[in-house]
Ligand binder design. Structure first.
Ligand SMILES: [Zn+2]
Length: 458
């Protein structure tokens, strides 16, 4: 089990500690229809600054609670815990709809179930915390729990204010709870450098000072609404080649997506002869890039030059690729080659959704295209009698991909809210030369293919 620390800088995992229900641009209240607002009033503002208000002895006590159970309070069958805790979730799996600056969050509700193991038990408190746990895979100090793990309380429920009496004869008692989890929070993420997880953590204290704990994971996913396809153009100076690519605006970890490509400017005609580029091979790969800032605990802050500082780590990996040698249509009269192929993420690589969290964890995705083109020459009178000139190039370019969960049957809790009209229509394609690359190509496969490349259309 991860360690835990308290009293650390909450801003790491709580972007707006004083306005936890606020999104970047919209206050949540303005997104809540009037009919809903009244029922929201009782939902206490999630106190992201909660840990700051906990008295230090309480914090210390909480940080030790797991060790206490592990070492000092063995769960011997001879000494049963005074109560048994369980939980029944009534809400569907937590799903944020829309990006962090627009999402209205996810409502959770359920019942905490308390059963007496003894004839009667007096509980002085039952407190439940909605916890966000950030785990660093490369902590500043190796094997330091405090460097590796940060737990932030996003909300807390105090189920009663005075000691409460429970008896076995009453049977299981149920304590209902609900909460609107603010939609700006990062979704549950298991990256290569860091993880973000949410859980409900219950601590019940009996009057004889014994504590019973219960924990339930609470995965939170984010789905984005499908929108218009994205059109992009890349040019490859000094050639006349321009690559037009159409991609879906959202892709998923599982399933194929279409990539439409059209390259223009492949033929140059002179009076009697023409030279042209023939597409020999197209390679695509999907890259997952990750960044994480490993913070240092107070004990190891000197390793990174002081409190509040950290070490940035980056990693990149391939999560899907393929190579195509055919499947496109070449039209030298029009001077273009076009085709569509299906690409997909290899779901066995444990791909993550794109995320950008205030604690420094950022995961983004790109599709990289490499096109190998070979030059050939032909007389205008006999355009089919082409001869390779021997020149070849590789065109390399990349496009951002937005990877998100499928919305499936998930419906935003406030789905009856009127639609927002701030979506900008698809803009005309823009040129991004800095993302393109033109290089000589001398792959062996090319020459093998070129041998057979004297005649015919594709
Ligand atoms: Zn440390």
């Amino acid at each position: 089990m991860p360690g835990r620390i308290f009293g650390i800088d909450l801003r790491r995992a709580s972007p707006q500690p004083d306005q936890p229900l606020r999104n970047k641009n919209n206050s949540i209240s303005s997104l809540i229809p009037d009919s809903r607002r009244s029922s929201m009033e009782h939902l206490k503002r999630p106190t992201l600054s909660l840990a700051k208000r906990l008295p230090s002895h309480d914090r210390k006590d909480r940080s030790l609670s797991k060790d206490k159970h592990a070492k000092d309070a063995p769960r011997s069958p001879l000494v049963p815990a005074p109560i048994k805790l369980n939980m029944l979730m009534e809400s569907p799996p937590a799903l944020f709809i829309d990006p962090p600056n627009q999402s209205t969050g996810a409502l959770i509700s359920g019942r905490l179930q308390v059963t007496c193991n003894l004839p009667e038990v007096t509980l002085t408190s039952i407190i439940m915390y909605l916890e966000a746990t950030t785990t660093i895979k490369r902590p500043v100090h190796e094997r330091c729990r405090e460097c590796a793990t940060t737990i932030n309380d996003l909300y807390e429920w105090k189920f009663f204010s005075k000691p409460k009496h429970f008896t076995a004869s009453e049977g299981m008692q149920e304590l209902p709870f609900s909460h609107l989890i603010p939609g700006h929070l990062p979704s549950t993420t298991h990256g290569q450098l860091g993880t973000i997880e949410y859980s409900l953590h219950v601590r019940a204290m009996s009057s004889d000072g014994r504590e019973t704990e219960f924990r339930r994971d609470l995965p939170i996913h984010r789905a984005l609404r499908p929108g218009n396809d994205k059109n992009s153009v890349r040019i490859f100076p000094p050639t006349n080649l321009a690559l037009h690519v159409t991609l879906p605006n959202i892709i998923h970890q599982i399933g194929e997506f279409p990539v439409q490509c059209r390259m223009t400017g492949i033929a140059s005609k002179r009076e009697d002869t023409q030279t042209r580029w023939r597409l020999r091979k197209l390679t695509w790969r999907i890259e997952e890039s990750e960044e994480m800032i490993s913070p240092a605990c107070s004990k190891h802050a000197n390793k990174v030059g002081g409190e509040g500082k950290g070490v940035k780590h980056e990693s990149k990996r391939e999560i899907g690729h393929d190579e195509l040698k055919q499947g496109w249509k070449t039209d030298f009269d029009q001077g273009q080659v076009e085709g569509e192929f299906m690409a997909s993420i290899d779901s066995s690589t444990n791909p993550q959704c794109s995320v950008e969290a205030q604690n420094g964890l950022k995961i983004s995705h790109n599709i990289v295209l490499e096109l190998v083109i070979a030059e050939e020459w032909a007389p205008n009178k006999k355009p089919h009698q082409a001869t390779p000139t021997g020149a070849a190039r590789v065109l390399r370019t990349q496009f951002n991909l937005n990877v998100a969960a499928r919305s499936g049957m998930g419906i935003a809790w406030d789905d009856e809210q009127p639609p927002m009209y701030d979506d900008v229509p698809a803009s005309p394609p823009h040129y991004q030369n800095n993302l393109t690359e033109l290089a000589d190509y001398s792959g062996e496969d090319l020459h093998a293919d070129v041998e057979h490349l004297t005649l015919g259309d594709e």
